[in-house]
Structures are given as structure tokens and as C-alpha cells.
Design a protein. Structure first.
Length: 221
């Protein structure tokens, strides 16, 4: 959350406490740019170190949060516990590879690299013209003055069981919610819920071509 001259960051693994803390802080700064991120782990360890947002490089003045799956170049190598977003923030995006976000070329370059995913930047660095940037904004939803990266925030009109398990049916790539999904792939964009790659670049598909994986293939379809 932008407080004026600083970025205030909170993280946690207890959802209720994190929400309460964010709500209390938001009351103190109701008109400042703020973001709240609930992580659905696709790469890296499930740990507080991989909770968003992340500093851009080592700069305390700028943080990023991301929804979706980033390109392979920033995905963790074997035994690297970091998430793809954390790697991108620490080692790639900190170099501003696409140029300034205050230019059309810089924003378009970063959005093209993001693909179907979305990125939010909060900053108090005076070299930026704004305190907040939303990349691939059109892929999200504005609702009552709040921007949501996908439709998962909307309450389900079906049974309580479906509401409690809604996160199982939200595609982290395009944000589609499909309660009738029976396979491993998102029916809208082809994203794989198991390996987090888009069809036909699915790691599960490649692994399933070997006899040793035939039983596993049957189990996860």
C-alpha cells in the first residue's frame, strides 16, 4: 500500500489475519493506491517468502504483484524454492528490460511478455510518473472502483459446496471460472491445472507418452 512516501507491505499465511490487517491499514489510507494478492501457487514453494508483492530488485520503493504464469525464462530451476514472480522481480524486471512504464513502448513490451497474465506495480520512486501501474488491465475487471485480475472474486450462485471449492475452478492464466470442468485443461485458454503450462506445451502431455506414466495419466484425467 502506498502511504505517501513509502510502500507498506504485509504478508502472511493466515488468511483471516492478513485480510483483517489489510482492512485496518486501508482505513488509514483510503485514497492511496493499494493491492491485495491471494496466491494460488503454480511455481516455487508454498511459503511466506513467495507471498506477493515482491520488491523490484532490492528497491524498497517499488513492489510488484502478479497473477498468472510467466514465461519460462523466469521459472525456477529444479530445487529453486522461489516462485516465477519472485524471480522476475528480483533478477529480470528490475533491469527494466522493456523500457520505462511511462512510455507506450515500455508498457506494450511488458504486456506482450506477460501474455495472458497481469501485473501490478506500486511505487514511490520519483523516477516513475505514477504511484500505480496495471499491466494487461483490459484482461481484468473494474468493479465499484476496484480492479480484479479475474472473476474469482464473484460469489457463486450455486451450492455452498461449490462456493467453498470455487478456487479449484479458477484458471490462473485467463481468469475463467468453469464449475463444469472435468479435464485438466481450461476450456477457454487451454491452461493446464496440473503443470501450469498452456496446451499443447503441457508437461503432463509430454510425460504421459512414456509407459511409466500411463497409470498417472488415467488418474488425473
Amino acid at each position: 500500500m502506498v502511504t505517501g512516501t513509502a510502500i507498506l507491505v504485509g504478508r502472511g499465511m493466515d488468511a483471516e489475519k492478513v485480510i483483517d490487517d489489510f482492512t485496518a491499514t486501508r482505513r488509514q489510507y483510503p485514497d492511496r493506491p493499494a493491492l491485495f494478492h491471494s496466491r494460488y501457487a503454480t511455481h516455487g514453494a508454498v511459503s511466506i517468502d513467495n507471498c506477493h508483492p515482491f520488491r523490484l530488485g532490492r528497491d524498497r520503493r517499488t513492489v510488484v504483484a502478479h497473477n498468472g504464469v510467466l514465461p519460462r525464462r523466469v521459472r525456477p530451476a529444479p530445487y529453486d524454492p522461489r516462485s516465477d514472480t519472485r524471480i522476475a522481480a528480483e533478477t529480470y524486471l528490475s533491469r527494466m528490460p522493456f523500457g520505462s512504464l511511462d512510455t507506450t513502448a515500455g508498457r506494450r513490451g511488458l504486456e506482450a511478455w506477460l501474455g495472458a497474465s497481469k501485473l501490478v506495480v506500486l511505487t514511490v520512486d520519483p523516477t516513475f510518473h505514477e504511484n500505480a501501474y496495471v499491466l494487461n488491465e483490459s484482461a481484468g475487471i473494474w468493479d465499484s472502483g476496484i480492479w480484479y485480475s479475474n472473476r474469482g472474486y464473484r460469489p457463486d450462485t450455486g451450492s455452498g459446496l461449490l462456493r467453498s471449492r470455487a478456487w479449484l475452478y479458477v484458471c490462473e492464466s485467463c481468469g475463467d471460472v468453469d464449475f463444469s470442468r472435468r479435464g485438466r485443461y481450461c476450456g477457454r485458454c487451454g491452461w493446464c491445472f496440473h503443470c501450469a503450462n498452456t496446451f499443447p506445451h503441457c508437461d503432463c502431455l509430454r510425460r504421459s507418452t512414456t509407459p511409466a506414466n500411463s497409470m498417472r495419466r488415467d488418474m488425473i484425467h
